[in-house]
Ligand binder design. Structure first.
Ligand code: PEP
Length: 251
């Protein structure tokens, strides 16, 4: 399966000018990259400008609403995103769940995004690792709730991102996840998916996010049982982001 590297810019940078500079630097840096899919998820406000700067980098959004069009103040629909040239969408990120988003809502967004033609990047992951291993159940529940009603035909469009919240760069008292932690969970996730969707899941990409850097990318990709990575902080530095892409390209 082709590797995928997805940059989550979150609510950065502060100006369109800086967004353009960062995007252009990545575009230059990935000249010659052929085997790796590269996606950047900037604030949607910057999309119109950024999409003119590179054909090689696909664009993603960081959320999408579940309605198509109508009286939903402040929301942007998956269909609008698609019409604007966006092809991926991060859904259920822990920073949104922290603001109150439930798996039930994420599920509606996943289904709407699929029907709009977007590829959902579905984020799941536990906040803590308890000694009795309850976090396996939590991840299973998140996955099952968020994918409820998704058809076998569309499951291969979904990218499942395992992101242990305790390993994210902005989490207080964070600690590193190992490629072993990741591998164990990737196998667990694939098993749940295959119980639910059967053979179709061979084409589902499972990726890892949580303080990905040039130092750990190779280990996660070689030993973590995943098909790609989603760096947050490192994607805001063109050199660091390109370094991760080049590592994926070599594997
Ligand atoms: C994220 O929260 O999406 C993320 C992966 O962040 P970071 O790489 O900064 O830990």
């Amino acid at each position: 399966m082709k590797k995928i590297i997805i940059g989550n810019w979150k609510m950065n940078p502060l100006t369109l000018k800086d967004a353009g500079k960062l995007f252009s630097s990545v575009t230059k840096g990935i000249y010659g990259i052929k085997k790796t899919d590269v996606v950047i998820c900037p604030p949607v406000l910057y999309i119109e400008r950024l999409k003119k700067l590179s054909k090689k980098i696909s664009l993603g959004a960081q959320d999408a609403f579940w309605g198509e069009v109508g009286p939903f103040t402040g929301q942007i629909s998956a269909h609008m995103l698609y019409n604007a040239g966006i092809r991926y969408v991060i859904l259920g990120h822990s920073e949104r769940r922290e603001l109150g988003e439930t798996s039930e809502v994420v599920n509606k967004k996943v289904k709407e995004s699929l029907s709009a033609g977007l590829r959902p990047i579905l984020c799941i992951g536990e906040s803590i690792r308890d000694e009795s291993h309850g976090y396996f159940n939590l991840v299973k529940n998140q996955l099952e709730e968020c994918l409820n009603g998704v058809s076998k035909n569309s499951i291969s469009k979904v990218i499942v991102m395992y992101e242990p919240v305790w390993a994210i760069s902005s989490t207080a008292n964070r600690r590193d996840a190992t490629s072993g932690d990741c591998r164990e969970m990737a196998i667990f996730i694939r098993k749940i998916l295959s119980d639910k969707f059967g053979g179709e899941v061979a084409n589902v990409r499972i990726i890892y996010g949580g303080s990905v850097s040039g130092k750990n990318a190779e280990d996660f990709l070689k030993n973590g049982g995943v098909d790609g990575l989603l760096p947050g902080r490192a994607s805001l530095d063109a050199k660091k982001f390109v370094e991760i892409i080049k590592i994926a390209e070599k594997i």
